[in-house]
Design a protein around this ligand. Structure first.
Ligand code: FAD
Length: 416
């Protein structure tokens, strides 16, 4: 047997996307090794808002986004901010971001998002069942809150888009908001409820139980950082880590926001950057929140979790190197205290994570344009938790040569 046939599939990156790829490949009977210098789920997948975006069909760059650019530059604590020092680096990404906000492109992107969104729960279901933890996901809906009528009106095009994709949106008056969430302050002019959303009560435990299931079924998790690849005339034959070379039959790049240089080394240049986001975790909030909430003006979610209340979101374009800005987390907390009077903050912890973002709100999922035994599974931006399982399923379908469960064309790496 040749080295290539004997070697395992190597999945680079043990975030939620890498774990789901590894699990789906393992279900096909493949020998799989996950490589990551960190423990599974310690990067972006650790601290997200936990929402399983079954209705996540509206791209980030909606028509009119350009109007918010001056605000992004002027207010470092706003829901969308750019660090001035990073502006020259991110400018080409921003241009593509703006181009994806053209109405026709928004419609196309939304269809591609809807195909993934329709598979969020069906794709997770067999993984959760196998891991014996179906209770880690709850179908609770998601309540968007608007402090002003103007903010609500501004969201109507996105709601119309969601409805066109078959997503249920219930528009609420203040009295209906109070019935759903009695502990909220009476400061909201309008609400929108998405009854079909689900959420996980603990994103990190979700990764842990899935990683444990992978290991229990014979998968290997290696603590090593991938630095490069050994490429011969047939293509990549091994990954090169700090601890040496590891032969690989196939390689899946699922290294989140750090995937760009790895993909480049494999001959594909993708405009991957990061949308940094923050969270504040309150272990004893002292109030009951029944559903995940969204402060639309603040650009963040508030999610009831098994270990407390998590306030998570906002976007900061600042690259992978700049230190976190603790004031951004504090600004989310201040707004939340206004929304939820009586909120207790003892034991609070703050966090920042790097969303892996391509400028058109779609991930890169599929076979590398350059090498037949290389697959890409990164760039999931705001919906990586949601789309991880369907990504794993798609990668396994493509590697096996089966007709994929959904058409993978919109996620091709060479679309840029
Ligand atoms: C504040 C916030 C809120 C969010 N809320 C939601 C939400 O509610 N719902 C949702 O669906 N999504 C949400 N997201 C997005 C989601 O968390 C991400 O899209 C997702 O976690 C990305 O997963 P990943 O596996 O691609 O990346 P990561 O979790 O970042 O994992 C990548 C892994 O690759 C490893 N790696 C990097 N370089 C190498 C290398 N050279 N060799 C080996 N390994 C390497 C890293 O160590 C890391 O473990 C949120 C994100 C943020 C920041």
């Amino acid at each position: 047997m040749s080295e290539a046939r004997e070697a395992p599939v190597i999945v680079v990156g043990a975030g939620i996307v890498g774990i789901c790829c590894a699990l789906y490949l393992q279900r096909d009977g493949r020998r799989v090794t996950l490589m990551d210098p960190r423990e599974p789920g310690e990067a972006c997948s650790f601290g997200n808002a936990g929402l399983l975006a079954t209705g996540g069909v509206a791209p980030e760059a909606m028509p009119g986004i350009l109007r918010s650019v001056p605000g992004m530059l002027m207010n470092p604590l706003g829901p969308l901010a750019i660090r001035w020092s990073y502006l020259p680096r991110i400018a080409p990404w921003l241009v593509r971001y703006a181009l994806s906000s053209r109405p026709r492109r928004v419609e196309e992107i939304s269809l591609a998002l809807a195909a993934l969104a329709g598979q969020v729960l069906p794709a997770y279901e067999p993984l959760l069942r196998s891991a014996g933890t179906s209770d880690i996901v709850r179908r609770s809906g998601w309540l968007h809150l608007y402090e002003s009528e103007a903010a609500f009106q501004a969201s109507l095009p996105a709601h119309a888009l969601r409805r066109r994709r078959g997503i249920r949106v219930e528009e609420l008056r203040p009295e209906e908001i109070r019935q759903l969430e009695p502990d909220l302050a009476p400061i909201f002019a309008r609400g929108a409820f998405f009854p079909d959303y689900a959420h996980t009560v603990n994103p990190k435990r979700l990764v842990d139980v899935l990683a444990a299931d992978f290991a229990r079924n014979g998968g290997t998790i290696l603590r090593d950082s991938v630095r490069g690849f050994r490429i011969d005339a047939q293509g990549p034959r091994a990954v090169v880590g700090d601890a040496g070379e590891r032969p690989a039959s196939q390689i899946v790049i699922a290294a989140g926001a750090w995937s760009r240089p790895l993909a480049a080394e494999l001959g594909s240049r993708l405009p991957l950057d990061t949308e940094r986001g923050y969270h504040v975790m309150l272990p004893n909030p002292g109030i009951a929140v029944r559903h995940p909430l969204a402060s639309t003006e603040g650009g963040f979610a508030i999610t009831p979790m098994e270990h407390g209340l998590r306030i998570a979101g906002t976007v900061e374009l600042g690259g992978l190197r700049a230190p976190p800005n603790p004031k951004r987390a504090a600004a989310m907390l201040t707004r939340t205290q206004r929304m939820l009077p009586g909120l207790r903050t003892e034991g609070r912890s703050d966090w920042m994570g790097f969303r892996p973002s391509l400028p058109d709100s779609l991930p890169a999922v599929g076979r590398s344009p350059r090498f037949r035994n290389v697959y890409f599974a990164f760039g999931h931006a705001h919906r990586g938790l949601s789309f991880a399982a369907i990504t794993g399923r798609l990668i396994a379908d493509l590697m096996a040569g089966r007709t994929p469960v959904i058409d993978p064309t919109p996620y091709r790496a060479d679309r840029f």
